[in-house]
Design a protein around this ligand. Sequence first.
Ligand code: ZN
Length: 275
Amino acid sequence: MKIGDYEILMADDGTFKLDGGAMFGVVPKTIWQKFFKPDDQNRIELSTNTLIIRYKKFTALVDLGMGDKFDEKQLAIYDIKREKNLIQNLEGMGIHRDDVTHVIITHGHLDHTGWATMRVKNSIIPTFPNAKYYFQEDTYEEIKFPNEKTRPNYNYLNFENLDDQLEIIRGDEEIFPGLELMKTGGHTKGHQVPILRAGNRTVIYFGDLLPTASHIKPAYIMAYDLYPMDTFYKKKELLEKANEEQWIITLEHEPVKKVVKLLDVEKYNLEQLSL
Ligand SMILES: [Zn+2]
């Protein structure tokens, strides 16, 4: 999709599975199984959609799928499936690793940071050598000081040898003209979302504040969220704004309706869009 001088694209890193109950929190299975059919282990299949924003000499990627640093056990737990990985999909769109100037990390979880680094023979290198990686300071702290609850959500290989390219930010910040990072908290303390304002059009990528189209209602919050009431209020506020101004909403883990706009904020009906 072209909006003024900006080009908006999406690429994915295949699919993976998470427990359906954990994905829908207090929403009963009788309801969520209408949206996602669980497998025999109660897991549902989710996408890993990276948002791409191109503007003049900049190429920004938002979140980076599952990556290439899983062992056999983890591959089985998450049932990762892909015909092509994110890097191959980007190549297919004419975007090479060297072209990427900005990497925006919504938060540090392993399904969002996979391609921050990659394996080359026996070492791990930053996947995008010319990019700055934008983390909220709170995300950086959460990664550095995990506890028994948060540690399983990280893969530390995703952050190896990244230090020279890190750009630690605090709160809301415009990182190039039109592209703002907004700190939302909620899912994690440091969770952030990018908001692109181009003329009278606005594009938002919700990260894990709103992972799939089936989570559109503010109270449909994942059990993974560390601060669920913060998620609730922030999501409600952003969705009201999105409805009022007809924002383009892009969804990270949604397999089908990856790009949508709101039709109302009573029933939260959506219209599917394409990029
Ligand atoms: Zn997450």
